[in-house]
Design a protein around this ligand. Structure first.
Ligand SMILES: [Zn+2]
Length: 438
């Protein structure tokens, strides 16, 4: 039934996609007059001039997409809680546990089998929301490029990766719950940390190539500029690659993935095709900042601390909830895998309210990478222009509280303003000056 529903939602998608959408800023670096160097240069005026590159329609579209995302976070939480209720009240979760018990005496394997079945049930029950949020809505706003078949195949690949990772993680987690008693949440947090590091190291090697084609950067002036930037910042140049994101999305982006020996800086082909060299250098300066400042490890440590709080919260609330409803739902105790949907629902509730904190932890690291990138690439106009382009999927100028709660990157306004401030303080810098000539 869920799949049928998904197909109905999907068949409505082309109607949205047909609507004319003015999305991207035109290719190439455009430096507004008010942002050119001179005695009259003013940071606020230059910032406003960049913001004015967006037409009112473009800005409205971007605001509407991003603000819709706020509501979607709330709907996702409610939907997830609904899925947990379905799994628990229908007895499906209990039945999956009983199937596992019927197959083996080993508690390890029981948790493993339950984890496998839970993953499939979750995938199917979540599908209508996933189709809406990741397919229909993305097409509605002109951000997606895949047809339904290709998109769904990517979802299945994600599920297969889940099969390799999740049942094992769940089996280890339940072993910790059985052994450590009331202190399980401390053990679970330690395991989560090791597991994240392990996943981060392996992901660029085994997971990302399943979805996209990664290859060395194409030859040319851009490659030379990026490799020069990498050498200047002590990054091994064979760790800079490009990938074909255009087969999924119109978004420009770049990222740093991996850890230890597998770390690499990657830029997507949209960035290469749609932007100018100064913008690419500015974006790569930012990504190299993540690499040099070792953000992968630092984010993992900070987020593990938050996860530890989350597990502690689950511990307290789960025991209370099991005492209250456990018998009625046929759940035994915290070591019963059938109670997993309840534990996951409690964790989802925790992370919903912890989102502003999580966003702020990441946003602060992103601001560091911005500062690093401005100094490394010395392309303030390239950086400002790239920040403007990100308005295709991020509201450009939020209120201060809105930015703290919802933004995991500095807003476009903050980034353009920072770049113009850098430009003001570095007007004698040769690279910055040459912006005048471009
Ligand atoms: Zn970043």
């Amino acid at each position: 039934m869920w799949i049928a529903l998904s197909l109905i939602v999907w068949s409505a998608a082309p109607a949205f996609a047909a609507a004319p959408v003015t999305r991207d800023l035109p290719p190439g670096l455009q430096i507004p007059d008010a942002a050119r160097p001179g005695p009259e240069f003013d940071v606020d005026r230059a910032t406003q001039a960049y913001l004015d590159l967006l037409s009112p329609e473009q800005r409205q579209l971007s605001d509407s997409y991003f603000e819709g995302g706020y509501r979607l976070q709330l709907w996702s939480l409610l939907y997830g809680l609904g899925v947990a209720v379905v799994l628990l009240r229908s007895g499906l979760s209990r039945r999956m546990r009983d199937i596992a018990r019927g197959r083996t005496q080993s508690k390890w394997l029981q948790a493993f089998i339950y984890g496998f079945l839970w993953l499939i049930a979750g995938f199917v029950l979540d599908l209508p929301l996933t189709v809406y949020s990741d397919f229909v809505r993305e097409h509605q706003y002109g951000l997606a490029t895949q047809d339904f078949g290709a998109w769904f195949w990517d979802q299945l690949k994600g599920l297969f990766v889940g099969f390799v990772v999740a049942p094992l993680a769940i089996a280890i987690l339940y072993a910790a719950v059985r052994r450590a008693g009331a202190r399980w949440w401390i053990w679970a947090s330690g395991l989560a940390f090791l597991f994240s590091l392990f996943t981060i190291v392996l992901s660029p090697v085994f997971v990302e190539p399943l979805f996209n084609d990664y290859k060395p950067l194409r030859e040319g002036e851009m490659r030379q500029a990026i490799l020069s930037l990498a050498r200047a910042n002590q990054i091994p140049t064979n760790n800079v690659v490009e990938f074909d994101a255009s087969k999924q999305t119109t978004r420009i982006s770049a990222n740093v993935a991996g850890f230890a020996g597998t770390t690499r800086v990657a830029l997507n082909d949209n960035l290469i095709e749609k932007t100018s060299l100064p913008e690419i250098k500015a974006v790569m300066g930012h990504e190299m900042g993540h690499y040099v400042l070792n953000h992968g490890l630092r984010f993992t440590i900070y987020i593990t601390l938050l996860v530890a709080f989350g597990f502690w919260f689950v511990h307290r609330v789960l025991d209370w909830a099991l005492a209250r409803w456990g018998a009625r739902l046929g759940l035994e105790d915290r070591a019963d895998p059938a109670a997993l949907p309840l534990a996951v629902a409690i964790l989802a509730l925790f992370f919903f309210f912890a989102t502003p904190l999580l966003n702020s932890i990441i946003r602060q690291g992103e601001a560091e990478a911005d500062a690093f990138g401005l100094n490394a690439a010395r392309e303030p106009h390239g950086f400002a222009m790239a920040a403007m382009r990100l308005s295709t999927y991020r509201k450009i100028h939020p209120g201060p509280l809105e930015e703290i709660i919802f933004y995991d990157h500095p807003s476009g306004y903050a980034r353009v303003h920072g770049a113009m401030q850098w430009f003001k303080e570095n007007q004698d810098n040769a690279t910055a000056k040459s912006a005048e000539a471009r």
